[in-house]
Design a binder for this molecule. Structure first.
Ligand SMILES: O=c1[nH]c(=O)c2ncn([C@@H]3O[C@H](COP(=O)(O)OP(=O)(O)OP(=O)(O)O)[C@@H](O)[C@H]3O)c2[nH]1
Ligand SMILES: [Mg+2]
Length: 224
C-alpha cells in the first residue's frame, strides 16, 4: 500500500491523497457534501465505526485514529451529540450526552437503538420532570492526516431546546430540536437555513478555515 504519511515540502504539507470522510450515516454525508461543496477535496467511505465511550472530543479523536488506520491515509470523521442541560450532573459526567451519551452515562443503551425504541416522544419525556428544556447540539470533526498522526478537532455547538416533534422525520432528532432565536425546529427549517446555524455547519466552517490556512496539497487527486 502507498505511503500513508503526510510530509512537508517547502512551506506546505503534502498528503498522499485527498481526505476520506468516513461515516456510516447517509444523512450526515449528505449534509457534509452540501456544506463543503467544492471547498475541500474529499471522498467518502461508508464504514460503521465502533460506538466508543468517553468524552465527546476523545470519542471523535479515537474514531479518527481507527478510521485512519482502516483507510491508511488522511481521514475526516465526526461525532454528534445532543446534550440536555437539565440532566447535567448525572453519574460520571457534567453533561448528559444523548448519543454515546445516554449509552455511556445515563441509561447504558446505545443511542441509535435508544432513539429507535423510545422515539422523539420518549426523549421529550426524559425532560418531563424538569422545567429546563434547554439543550445543545454539538458536532466534533476530527481530522487525522494519517494513521500515526494526532487528530485535530473542530467543534460546533448550537444552543436550543427540546420540543415535541415537528417537521419531516428523516434525520435523527432534528424534529425535536428548536434552536434559540428560531420558531422552527431543525427539521422544519430549509436546509440552507439550518446549515448556516447548525452544529455541523459551524464545525465545518472551522474545518474549511483550517484547510484554507494549511493549504494542503495532494499527491494523487482521487476526489469523488
Ligand atoms: O437530528 C439529527 N441531526 C443531526 O445533525 C445528527 N447527527 C447525528 N445524528 C444522530 O445522532 C446519533 C448518533 O450520531 P453519531 O455521531 O454516532 O452518528 P452515526 O453513528 O449515525 O454515524 P457515524 O458515527 O458513522 O458517523 C445517530 O442516531 C444519528 O443519526 C443526528 N440527528
Ligand atoms: Mg457513530
Amino acid at each position: 500500500m502507498a505511503a500513508a504519511a503526510a510530509r512537508t515540502v517547502g512551506s506546505g504539507v503534502v498528503l498522499p491523497r485527498s481526505v476520506t470522510f468516513v461515516t456510516g450515516n447517509a444523512k450526515k454525508l449528505e449534509e457534509v457534501r452540501t456544506i463543503l461543496g467544492q471547498s475541500i477535496p474529499f471522498q467518502s467511505l461508508k464504514l460503521d465505526l465502533p460506538e466508543l465511550q468517553g468524552e465527546p472530543e476523545d470519542i471523535s479523536k479515537e474514531k479518527a485514529r481507527i478510521a485512519a488506520k482502516e483507510v491508511n491515509g488522511p481521514v475526516l470523521v465526526e461525532d454528534t451529540c445532543l446534550c440536555f442541560n437539565a440532566l447535567k450532573g448525572l453519574p460520571g459526567t457534567q453533561q448528559t450526552y444523548v448519543h454515546a451519551s445516554i449509552s455511556v452515562y445515563v441509561l447504558l443503551f446505545e443511542f441509535k437503538w435508544f432513539l429507535q425504541k423510545i422515539g422523539h416522544e420518549g426523549l421529550n419525556n426524559l425532560l418531563m420532570a424538569y422545567e429546563d428544556k434547554t439543550a445543545y447540539a454539538m458536532c466534533i470533526f476530527s481530522l487525522a492526516l494519517g494513521p500515526n498522526a494526532e487528530p485535530m478537532t473542530f467543534v460546533g455547538k448550537t444552543q436550543g431546546r427540546i420540543v415535541p416533534a415537528r417537521g419531516p422525520n428523516d434525520f435523527g432528532w432534528d424534529p425535536i430540536f428548536q434552536p434559540h432565536g428560531y420558531d422552527q425546529t431543525y427539521a422544519e427549517m430549509p436546509n440552507e437555513e439550518k446549515h448556516k446555524i447548525s452544529h455541523r455547519g459551524k464545525a465545518l466552517e472551522l474545518v474549511k478555515l483550517h484547510f484554507a490556512e494549511a493549504r494542503y496539497t495532494f499527491q494523487t487527486d482521487s476526489t469523488t
